[in-house]
Design a protein around this ligand. Structure first.
Ligand SMILES: Nc1nc2c(ncn2[C@@H]2O[C@H](COP(=O)(O)OP(=O)(O)OP(=O)(O)O)[C@@H](O)[C@H]2O)c(=O)[nH]1
Length: 380
């Protein structure tokens, strides 16, 4: 059976790395050591033995110096560089797939560098299309005990769910400091959340008038998130004590089943649609190219020509030479250019230009007049 992949994502300081360390130790204690990947290029020390470490391939500090980047830009660039090797990474993981049951991945604490970057998507997609993949969204429980902070964090998790389109487990970490019961209740009982919101406002001395907008916004957000909550598994863990990790492993099994049942088919449908769209796009651009080359009508008259390459035949050398000499001009409407081309091949018009030139030539001494004269002479 293919190993399941768990991608750990969480705000900076949520305890992702400590969680990874504990999960690694927990799986070792169950005699099912995982395959561990570190994707955080900026971390100084990885407190777990990583099988693949982005820091082996990319030197974060050098990226900063060489490309003159700030910390976040350097993380994105390091991920970009690493993503070019993703097929090799997948191959390495595949080689171990008969020996390991879990692949666990740590990501940079700057979530946006991973989730909203092209390389983050490439890496996630590469794993998700090879192994059943689950997102573990790590939340710092004590820091999310205020309803407004909690709802903001849940909105972020929601955006990650819709971006990655992968099953998600919300992991309330640090339960040794604060139990996650309140959060689980808020996620299942809207009235309990409303009550907590009201108490929070009272506690902060808000009189209900100035904060009316805020509370109604938070209320509607929590209603909107009901659908999102229904798609999640929620567990409380302590990376310090190891509490809740068995429950977390059960949640992985549950989500892997869900992945195989629903997400896999959906992913395949999306990939197929992308492929079909790409084929259609290629067919359309090929047909446009054929049109441009005018393959069907080889005896086309020169004045019907639409693209520059049509003017590159011998008989149109004069036209090309004129374009080179002429000062650069802009045409707001393409038909302006067509009409001018037709006019230039119209002998009557040439005669009119000649007459006009002769009537003004005596007084015209500017460079423009000389250019016009040279041009008419060439046409003749
Ligand atoms: N009490 C308690 N503290 C924890 C727990 N897990 C992590 N911490 C602490 O939380 C802080 C942040 O932990 P990290 O594991 O470095 O967090 P991170 O999310 O990996 O941080 P970045 O890599 O900077 O994004 C550290 O001081 C940890 O000791 C836990 O379960 N309980």
């Amino acid at each position: 059976m293919a190993p399941s992949t768990v991608i750990c994502i969480g705000m900076a300081g949520s305890g992702k790395t400590t969680f990874m360390q504990r999960l690694n130790a927990h799986l070792h204690s169950k005699k099912t050591p995982p395959y561990v990947i570190n994707l955080d290029p900026a971390v100084l020390k990885v407190p777990f033995g990583a099988n693949i470490d982005i820091r082996d391939s990319v030197k974060y500090k050098k990226v900063m110096e060489e490309y003159n980047l700030g910390p976040n830009g350097a993380i994105v660039t390091s991920l970009n560089l690493f993503s070019t090797k993703i097929d090799q990474v997948i191959k390495l993981a595949e080689k171990r797939s008969d020996k390991v049951q879990n692949i666990i991945i740590d990501t940079p604490g700057q979530i946006e560098c991973f989730i909203w970057s092209a390389s983050g998507s490439i890496i996630t997609e590469a794993f998700a299309s090879t192994f059943p993949t689950v997102i573990a969204y790590i939340v710092d429980t004590p820091r999310n005990s205020s309803p407004t902070t909690f709802i903001s964090n849940m909105l972020y998790a929601c955006s990650i769910l819709y971006k990655t389109k992968l099953p998600m487990i919300i992991v309330f970490n640090k339960t040794d400091v604060k139990k996650a019961d309140f959060a689980k209740e808020w996620m299942t009982d809207f009235e309990a959340f409303q009550l907590a919101l009201k108490q929070d406002q009272d506690l902060n001395g808000e009189d209900g008038t100035s904060s009316g907008y805020m509370s109604s916004l938070v209320n509607s957000m929590s209603l909107m998130l009901e659908e999102f909550y229904s798609q999640l598994d929620v567990v409380g863990v302590s990376s310090y004590t190891g509490e809740g990790f068995d429950e977390f492993l059960d949640a992985i099994d549950n989500k892997v089943e869900e992945y195989n049942e629903f997400y896999k088919a959906e992913r395949e449908r999306i990939l197929k649609k992308k492929e079909d769209d790409e084929k259609k796009r290629q067919a359309a651009s090929l047909s446009n190219l054929m049109k441009d080359m005018d393959i069907k009508d080889k005896d086309k008259k020169p004045q019907d020509s639409e693209v520059l390459s049509d003017y590159e035949s011998d008989e149109y050398q004069g036209e090309l030479a004129r374009d080179e000499d002429e000062p650069e001009r802009e045409y707001t409407f393409p038909e302006d250019r067509n009409s001018e081309i037709n006019e230039r091949t119209d002998p009557d018009l040439q005669a009119r230009y000649q007459a006009a030139f002769e009537s003004t030539a005596k007084t015209a001494s500017s460079k423009t007049a000389e250019t016009i004269a040279a041009y008419i002479n060439r046409l003749n």
